[in-house]
Design a protein around this ligand. Sequence first.
Ligand SMILES: [Zn+2]
Ligand SMILES: [Zn+2]
Length: 160
Amino acid sequence: MSTPNQTSLSPSLSEAIASASQKRLAEILRQICSTNVEANAAATSYLLVSVDAASGVKRKAYETCENCKAEFHVMNNKDGDCVYHDGEIDVDDESSVWDDYDDYNPDPSSSEVMNDPGFKEGYIMSCCEKRPYEKGCVKSKHEAKDQPRKQQLKVGYVVS
Ligand SMILES: [Zn+2]
Ligand SMILES: [Zn+2]
């Protein structure tokens, strides 16, 4: 059963959405939300979550994790969801990748060389001595910049 307001997404509109810039989509969504009550309510339910039901205070539902750079839903974020390295990427002088490397030029610690897949065996993580592309050594929850640790602690601990 479909409601009178229900519509379907045409393939051409779907394609136009997929190829539009993030900035353009944000502008269009803002416009739709400021002129259409239903769209406003739908966007609110997707993009905001209630912080305090009594006062009606809401916050963003999606954040980008500082550690693994993934986007996550703030109400669906548990220990183990975030896997990352908390150390630095160091040049691994022991690696045979550098055996034939000509005069270390450009410098192996330059992003130009670091981002070259041909040299991916030439780096080591300071935290666990694994390669940077290997699975992270720290497992935690995702963390967003504007999500202070204090606030997270408040949930799990009762101070007596
Ligand atoms: Zn590590
Ligand atoms: Zn994360």
